[in-house]
Structures are given as structure tokens and as C-alpha cells.
Design a protein around this ligand. Structure first.
Ligand code: NDP
Length: 481
């Protein structure tokens, strides 16, 4: 049973509401979670407001020490939390455990950042006064996260928020509450004021909406789909709430005629099918030079067919089940859509039978696609990718940039000048050279352009822009210090 965590306490929803947690590996109910009501959200906000006053007055060293205590404990339970995540989300256990360790790295990184926040003492126009520019916490921060990286997406918001002195209300995706609850139990039991860290599960459309409409929330960091993000932005603007949003994408990997094809195939397989393709950074468009198109595509298909689809806990699984029955159906519908648009399905795109009756799908490769097809315009969030054949580098770059999104892009080439040109001219927030489009370090900024992102960047020292507010003080010379 997964409980809410409000005002320092593990609790049921006020009205006692529960919902079932299903495993994508077999479709069965594997637990229940409390479904918060709007009254619970109000309690969480009130307790966070009170706790903020205490936490924001702690020294940065105190916050750092407390955060490090949390990670030390999470690491000892990484396998156990990873197992829960694998069961509720479907990703292979080893990857889920790796994600939990990555979440710890993120918290440790921001623990170190807490005392690094600095102000400035700029020169002044007149000698009769001095001025100081200092950073201050924002207040109550809501973190709203998706199901694909339950631990990573949560800690990407929780860690900088706490480090810079804010209170947190975490609303994880309804599909993946259990791993969030385990992380919360550890974080919320540290020596922090009650209400500093709250966890509320429940329907995004109901309690998530109540959270984003509340004037008690000072900042909202959202990761999820574009339509939900746009709705949240429209709701939050009524209170002029600070916003940070990371959303979907339609990332392209360009494979040039001079590419090392072994590398290109490895990079494309990892980028397209890692995480069952359920990544905002997935390589869902492969823009391939005509000279190597046939060879690259042939090797890609062979690689995709060799990937092992299976249960998240089974040894050797590379592609786990997709997250839900609804996601599987949407994926199969998109495969049919591609065929109806004239794309050739070279492999995969089918439901796979496994010993347990879960939501398994074979990795799909489409050929003969053009960039204006719907399958190449909209995010599929599936183990599926499209090959788009181009005649040269200029055309490749133009196809890569022809999208409403702009999170990541990549190129595989041996030509330094071309790689440099691509790095400078790809209209995405992240650019990869001879690497998969997926993958990110926690100490550098992460985010995109267009429909992919809105507001200040996440990660690295850039996160301070969102989780702090700047104050400029003018003080007359000779005033008491
Ligand atoms: P959704 O947009 O459906 O949901 C994201 C979160 O928002 C969930 O917690 C959801 O709750 C909540 N939510 C839904 N409606 C509202 C609302 N009206 N008010 C407040 N909260 C709401 O995304 P998914 O969970 O399906 O995740 C997949 C998406 O996330 C993809 O588009 C993917 O690209 C994107 N993503 C982007 C990343 C990035 O960094 N750019 C990283 C990872 C994923 P509930 O679960 O209850 O519906």
C-alpha cells in the first residue's frame, strides 16, 4: 500500500480513496496507492508554506548535510527501489537500479551546490551607496513528473528545490507511485521540518490541476507531454506562477555517408529503442544519407530483430514491456498509421507473446518515410523509429530542424568540420556527435527549444535560475552594516 506523505506524515487520502497499481509485465494489480483529494492538496500546500520558513533559514551547510544523509540511505536500497520501479514501469531491473543511483548522484550534486550559491557586489553609479545582488529561495515548489523515469525526473526537481532552500510538493505520475513512495519515505524522514517535502498521488486532471491553480504554489516544474504542459501553463498564468516545463520531442539522428556504420547502428539502436523508446530524447527519426541508406538500414533491422524483448526482471532483457495497455494500443495504432501513410514496416511493431501476458512490443523500423508524414511529426513514445533518406548534409540538417520540437539531435560523421557545423546549426537544446540522442549528465543544463521546453533550464548550476529569485539591495554609504 502506497501512502501519501503530507506534513511529515505517512497518511491515507482524506476521503480514503485508493487506486490500483498495475504491472505492465502481466497487467495484474500489484498494489494500491492513496488517491489524494483537493483537501489533501490544500493541506500539503499549507504545511509546505510553514516548513519553508524554517528550511529557508537553515544554513546551506545544514541543507547539504541533510541531503547527503538521504542519498546515503537511498543507495543502500537502490536495488529494492529499482525492483519496484521495474515492476510498475516495465524497464529492466538493472536499468531501474542504475536510475536510482543516478537520482542519488543528482541529490549529491545539488547538496554540493547549496553552499556554492553566490551573490555579487557590483560597482555603483555613485559613491553614496553600495548595492548587493543576492539569491533567495522561491517558496513552495510543485514538481509534476511523468512515468518514464520516475526517480530521475523526480530528483531532478526535488534536489535543486531543497538545496536552494525551497519546500516541495511532488506529484508523480499515477502509473508509477510505488518507487516515488519509497524515495519519499527516505527523504521525508531526514531531519527536515514537517511539511517540507510532501508526496501526493492521484489524477493529474484533478489534484494536479488543483496544485497548478493554487496561489499557494510559487513555482511549478513540470515534465510531461506538450498538451498537458500547455494546459498547465494556461492555468498557472492566472497566478503568474513561475514555470519550468520539459516536454516531448521528435529527435533526429543524422547518419552521414562518411559515418562509421558500426557506430551509427549502435547509436541508433540505443537511441531509438532504449527504455522501450519511451524517452523524450528517443531517436525517432533517422535521417540517412542515400549512399549508405541500404547498408545502414539493413544492419539496423538486423540489430532491432536481435534485441531481447522481455520481462523487466528477466536476465538479459533489453526492451521491457511498454508502460500500459493504453500505451500499447496507441503504439499499434501508430504502426497502422505509418503503413497507411505509405511507410514500409521493415520489422517489428507487433505485440509479442511472453510467458506473462504483458504489454510487450517488438522494436519497429519504418523505411520509405518522408518528414511530413504524421509518424515523423508527432512524438510516438514507442519502440519505433523511421528512416528518412536524404541526398546530402544540407538536406539532412534541414530535415533535422524541420519539426515543432527541439530537445535533442545527433549526427554520426567522421568529418570534424561537418560535426562542428551541425553542433552550431541544429536547432535543439542538446546536440550529440557520434553518440545516441538520449543520455544526459546531471551537472550540465538539459532542455530544448520550440514545443520541447519552456522557462529556465533544468540541471547543473542553471537550475538556480528557476529555484531562486534575485534581490538587488541598495544601501547608502555609512549605513550600519
Ligand atoms: P503527461 O503529460 O500525461 O503527464 C505528466 C504528469 O502531469 C503526470 O504526473 C500527470 O498525472 C500530470 N498531469 C496530467 N494532467 C495534469 C493537469 N491538468 N494538471 C497538473 N498535472 C497534470 O505525460 P506522461 O506521464 O504520459 O509522460 C510522457 C511525456 O513526458 C512524453 O511526452 C515525454 O516526452 C515527456 N517527457 C519529457 C522529458 C523532458 O525532459 N523533456 C523527460 C521525460 C518525459 P497523471 O499521471 O495522473 O496523469
Amino acid at each position: 500500500m502506497s501512502h501519501l506523505w503530507i506534513n511529515g506524515q505517512n497518511c491515507n487520502a482524506t476521503d480514503g480513496a485508493l487506486y490500483d497499481i498495475h504491472s505492465p509485465a502481466n497487467g495484474r494489480v500489484i498494489g494500491q496507492a492513496a488517491a489524494a483529494s483537493v483537501a489533501d492538496i490544500e493541506k500539503a500546500i499549507a504545511s509546505a508554506e510553514a516548513a519553508f520558513v524554517i528550511w529557508s533559514n537553515k544554513t546551506a551547510y545544514e541543507r547539504e548535510t541533510i541531503m547527503r544523509g538521504a542519498t546515503a540511505q537511498v543507495r543502500t536500497q537502490a536495488e529494492e527501489i529499482g525492483r519496484l520501479m521495474a515492476l510498475e514501469q516495465g524497464k529492466p531491473w538493472s536499468q531501474a537500479t542504475g536510475e536510482v543511483h543516478g537520482a542519488c548522484d543528482m541529490i549529491d550534486y545539488y547538496a554540493s551546490e547549496a553552499p556554492r550559491i553566490e551573490g555579487t557586489l557590483p560597482p555603483t553609479e555613485k559613491s553614496s551607496f553600495r548595492s548587493w545582488v543576492t539569491h533567495h529561495p522561491v517558496g513552495v515548489c510543485a514538481g509534476i513528473t511523468p512515468w518514464n523515469y520516475p526517480a530521475a525526473m523526480g530528483t531532478r526537481k526535488i534536489a535543486p528545490a531543497l538545496a536552494f532552500g525551497n519546500a516541495v510538493i511532488w506529484k508523480p505520475a499515477n502509473l508509477t507511485p510505488a518507487s516515488a513512495v519509497e524515495l519519499t519515505k527516505i527523504i521525508a524522514k531526514q531531519d527536515i521540518p514537517p511539511g517540507l517535502f510532501n508526496l501526493v498521488m492521484g489524477s493529474g486532471g484533478s489534484i494536479g490541476q488543483a496544485l497548478v491553480e493554487s496561489p499557494g504554489v510559487d513555482a511549478i516544474s513540470f515534465t510531461g507531454s506538450v498538451p498537458v504542459g500547455k494546459g498547465i501553463a494556461a492555468s498557472a498564468i492566472g497566478n503568474l506562477t513561475k514555470l519550468q516545463m520539459e516536454m516531448g520531442s521528435k529527435n533526429a539522428l543524422a547518419v552521414m555517408e562518411d559515418a562509421d556504420l558500426d557506430l551509427a547502428v549502435t547509436v541508433a539502436l540505443g537511441g531509438a529503442f532504449g527504455g522501450s523508446g519511451q524517452k523524450c530524447t528517443a531517436s525517432s527519426r533517422l535521417v540517412v544519407h542515400a549512399d549508405v541508406n541500404d547498408e545502414f538500414t539493413g544492419r539496423l533491422v538486423a540489430g532491432a530483430k536481435a534485441m531481447k524483448v522481455g520481462h523487466a526482471l528477466a536476465e538479459g532483457t533489453q526492451i521491457g514491456p511498454v508502460v500500459s495497455a493504453g500505451q500499447l494500443q496507441a503504439n499499434l495504432d501508430n504502426i497502422a498509421l505509418g503503413a497507411s501513410e505509405g511507410a514500409t514496416l521493415l520489422c517489428g511493431g507487433e505485440r509479442v507473446d511472453q510467458p506473462t501476458e504483458g504489454y510487450y512490443m517488438s522494436p519497429a523500423v519504418f523505411a520509405d518515410t518522408t518528414n511530413d508524414m504524421q509518424i515523423n511529426r508527432e512524438e510516438l513514445f514507442a519502440p519505433a523509429t523511421s528512416v528518412i533518406k536524404v541526398s546530402g548534409y544540407e538536406e539532412a540538417l534541414s530535415v533535422v530542424n524541420d519539426t515543432n520540437f527541439g530537445l535533442t539531435s545527433g549526427i554520426v560523421t567522421r568529418d570534424l568540420a561537418r560535426a562542428t557545423h551541425f553542433r552550431q546549426n541544429a536547432r535543439t537544446g542538446c546536440v550529440m556527435v557520434n553518440l545516441p540522442t538520449a543520455g544526459t549528465d546531471y551537472h550540465v543544463p538539459f532542455g530544448g527549444r520550440g514545443d520541447s521546453s519552456y522557462g529556465p533550464r533544468e540541471q547543473g548550476s542553471y537550475a538556480a535560475e528557476f529555484y531562486t529569485t534575485v534581490k538587488t539591495a541598495y544601501v547608502a554609504a555609512g549605513s550600519p552594516k
